[in-house]
Design a protein around this ligand. Sequence first.
Ligand code: AMP
Length: 193
Amino acid sequence: MANEIQTVAIYCGSNNGRVESYTQFATILGKVLAKRKINLVYGGTNKGLMGVLANSAIEEGANVTGVITERLKAKNQVHPNLSMIETFPTMQSRKARMIELADACIMMPGGIGTLEEFMEVWTLNQLGETSKPLGVLNIDNYFGNLIAFIEHMIAERFLPSAHINGIVVNSDPEELINLLVKFSPVTVEKWLD
Ligand code: AMP
C-alpha cells in the first residue's frame, strides 16, 4: 500500500559543502517538494544547504515550517520567509517536534548534526517507537562510506541484514520520494542473539 506523504522532515548541512552539486540538488529537492505539494519541515535556518533548500521550496510555493531552538533563534539564524516557525528550548524537544510533524524523513549531505538527527529516527523505527519512511539523497555518492560502514555493521553482526531496508537510498530527488511512497517498514527484530 502506498504511504501518504504530506510532510517531509529534511535533515541537511548548515554548511554548503565543497562542490556545487550539493546546492544544486538541494534546489531541485525544494522544487520537487513544491511540485508534489509536500510540506517541508526543517531546521528553520538560512544557513548552508538548509537555507538553499528552504529558499527553493518557498520560491516554488511550498509550505515550509522551521523548527529551531531558542539559542539559534537568538543568534539571528532564523530564515525570514517561512510559512511557520516553531521554537523549542532544547535540541531534544526540537527534534521530537520535527519527527512528530513528519510523515517521512530525508537526509541530504551534511555534518554530524544531520547524521545524528537522521540516525535518531532510524533508531526509533528500529525499536518500534516510530514508523517513518526514511530516505537518503545520495548526491555524488556523499554517503557511500556511510553505507559501506552500515554493511560492515551487518557483517560484524551488530545489525540484522534486513535492516538495510530500513532506509532507501537514491541520488535522484523525484525517485527518492517515489521510494518513500512505496516504503514498507522492516519487521525483523533488531536482536541477533
Ligand atoms: P550539521 O549537519 O552539523 O551542519 O547540522 C545540521 C543539522 O543540525 C540540521 O539538520 C539542523 O536540524 C541542525 N542544525 C545545525 N545547525 C543549525 C542551525 N544553525 N540552525 C538550525 N538547525 C541547525
